[in-house]
Structures are given as structure tokens and as C-alpha cells.
Ligand binder design. Structure first.
Ligand SMILES: C[S@@+](CC[C@H](N)C(=O)[O-])C[C@H]1O[C@@H](n2cnc3c(N)ncnc32)[C@H](O)[C@@H]1O
Length: 228
């Protein structure tokens, strides 16, 4: 969808761990596009919520297997320092899956809104994971303070995966883009996945419960595309 719209730029992830999702993202990159990976890797003192134990060595091995290791800009640091160090072109695809606290989620969404290219897409992981409520709180805080900003949630997907390691593993990601591209992405997704549905922001209402005692500012947000 992005290439058809001439949207190019950097592709990267905050919280790469061993690089499984990063490899998927990196496979979408054109040879002229930059890649970046931000993780605290082995530095447990910075991993305040114990959200996985990243490893630079495993990450680079997996990136080499995916054929992209020579091109990655590695930011071996907490994402709170990322904005001041970031020196790459604007981002067209960003996965946020680093620290899962409210503050770190808020920080990472703020980073995204500063560096996302027009029509870029952000994937916020674990949005519906009740084990990581900080993600929902960080998202809610972000929308409360930046509801007139450029980053707008436009789609949500929730899938159940079966694997040898986990009998059932659920994956849920909330997708954002810039304000002017919401409708065209939603229309394209509905064409590609006709069985999915457009609902009136019930996902956002759920995420707002803690923040505003059920007082949900319904009219300020666009429809959210739910892929079931
Ligand atoms: C759930 S894992 C990421 C999984 C990975 N995205 C994947 O799909 O395979 C979370 C990662 O975030 C990293 N992390 C934790 N706090 C961070 C922070 N403040 N800044 C950057 N990365 C952080 C951890 O080291 C860990 O590797």
C-alpha cells in the first residue's frame, strides 16, 4: 500500500529482542531505505518492566539470516534517548514493542509523531494485552494530550497464533498513521479484508476507561478499523 502511494523512508523497531518482527519489517525495505533497531539489549538495569530480555548477538545473527545485518543502524539505548540521537530520514514503518510502562509507551508514541513521514504507519504492540496495562495507559495519555496532533489510530488487529512454544499466543497491534491518510488506509484494508468491520471506536472507549472514568470523548476520534 505504501509503495503504491510513493511513501518511502526508514523502517525500524523499538524493542527488537531477537529480531523476529524486525525481520518481517526489514523484508519490506527497498535497498535505498534505512533500517534501525533500538533496544537496551542486555542492560537489565534499564529494563524497568522486564519486558523481554533482548540480545544484540541473537538479534544480529537473525538479521544476518534475514540478509539485512549490514544495513541496520543500531541504537543500543533506551528509547527515552532515541529522539536526541535519531539522525535518519523520516520513518515510514515503526514498530513500538520496547518498554511496556505508561511512560515509555507515551514516550515512544511521541517519538513516532515527531519522526513519522506523511503516510507512515506505526504498529503499537500489546495494546489489548491485559498483562501489559501500561501500554493502554500510555496510549490513552498520548491521545488525551495529542488528540489534535498528527498521529491517528486507524486499525487494530487481534489474532490467535498456535506454536510449539505457546499452545495459543495472541498478537494484537494498534496501527496509526498521519491524519490525512486515515481514510485511504481504511478503504484499502476493507478492500483487502472484506470480512473485517468498521466499528465506532469501542476499542478506544475500552482503553480510556481508566483514564477518564468511563467519560469517553467519542466525537474526537475517527472510526477504528477492526480486523477480526
Ligand atoms: C517483547 S520484547 C520485543 C519483541 C520483538 N518486538 C519481537 O517481536 O520479536 C521487548 C524488548 O524491549 C526491550 N526494551 C525494554 N525496555 C526498553 C526501552 N526502554 N527502550 C528500548 N527497548 C527496551 C527489551 O530489551 C526487549 O528486547
Amino acid at each position: 500500500m505504501q509503495v503504491a502511494r510513493d511513501i518511502f523512508g526508514t523502517i525500524g523497531e523499538i524493542g527488537v529482542h531477537h529480531g523476529w518482527f524486525f525481520a518481517v519489517l526489514a523484508s519490506c525495505a527497498k535497498s535505498c531505505e534505512s533500517l534501525f533497531a533500538c533496544d537496551i539489549f542486555g542492560d537489565g538495569s534499564l529494563n524497568i518492566d522486564r519486558s523481554g530480555n533482548g540480545s544484540l548477538e541473537h538479534f544480529l545473527t537473525n538479521a544476518a539470516n534475514a540478509g539485512v545485518n549490514g544495513r541496520i543502524n543500531v541504537f543500543d539505548t533506551s528509547s527515552v534517548f532515541l529522539l536526541e540521537q535519531y539522525d535518519l530520514p523520516p520513518i515510514r514503518m515503526l514498530s513500538i514493542d520496547g518498554g511496556h510502562t505508561q511512560t515509555l509507551t507515551y514516550n515512544d508514541l511521541l517519538f513516532a509523531s515527531c519522526v513519522l513521514s506523511e503516510g507512515g504507519v506505526v504498529f503499537l504492540d500489546d495494546f489489548m494485552n491485559t498483562g501489559w496495562r501500561g501500554v493502554q495507559r500510555g496510549f490513552s495519555a498520548f491521545l488525551v494530550y495529542h488528540y489534535q496532533g498528527r498521529l491517528i489510530p486507524f486499525s487494530f488487529y487481534h489474532v490467535k497464533l498456535k506454536s510449539l512454544k505457546w499452545p495459543i499466543k495472541t498478537e494484537s497491534k494498534l496501527l496509526f498513521t498521519t491524519r490525512g491518510h486515515v481514510t485511504s488506509y481504511q478503504e484499502s484494508l476493507l478492500r483487502a479484508f472484506p470480512k473485517s468491520s468498521l466499528v465506532n471506536s469501542s476499542v478506544l472507549r475500552w482503553a480510556f476507561e481508566d483514564r477518564v472514568n468511563g467519560e469517553y470523548i467519542r466525537s474526537k476520534f475517527p472510526l477504528v478499523h477492526i480486523m477480526l
